[in-house]
Design a protein. Structure first.
Length: 163
């Protein structure tokens, strides 16, 4: 279920960190994606960026958060958490998120935006259908996109595609 609202200052700060993580990934030769998880008390517990450049296409930061949460958070802590991410989860990450019972997701740009950008650059389509989070996890609460990050992320993704 979509729960869009104007982001709070804390939500903007967390999304800014995700965008910075995406830039770190890009600067390291990886795809520009970054994510973090915040517990119910508002503390960042784990963050990561994309790490697929060496051939393991499952090394998405959202998937790493799901894996990390299995060993480091109780079921209750997972449910009370919020995951922030530079781009809406792909189907693999949406499923991992739902299986782990993680809480709300807040994303800066949508998979629809990213798909539209890729098409405009003549890039090959993603090997996975660009479905919204709630198409994979219907009961998941997700918020986004947040317009203020779109241009910056578009530029990063364009750079990653050599545009």
């Amino acid at each position: 279920m979509t729960d869009f609202h104007e982001p709070t200052p804390d939500e903007r700060r967390h999304l800014r960190r995700c965008v910075d993580l995406a830039r770190e990934a890009l600067d390291d030769g990886d795809e520009p994606f970054g994510s973090l998880i915040v517990d119910g008390a508002g503390q960042v517990r784990f963050e990561d960026r994309n790490r697929v450049k060496h051939g393991d296409e499952t090394r998405h930061p959202e998937f790493e958060i799901a894996r990390w949460s299995a060993s480091n958070l109780t079921a209750e802590e997972r449910a009370e958490s919020t995951v922030y991410t530079s781009c809406e989860h792909c189907p693999m990450c949406s499923a991992a998120h739902a299986w782990m019972g993680l809480g709300r997701i807040v994303y800066a740009v949508s998979s629809a935006q990213l798909t539209q950008w890729r098409e405009s650059w003549g890039a090959a389509p993603s090997p996975v259908a660009p479905l919204p989070i709630t198409a994979i996890a219907p009961d998941q609460v997700a918020s986004g996109p947040v317009a203020e990050f779109a241009a910056e992320l578009r530029d990063m993704h364009a750079r990653s595609f050599g545009v």
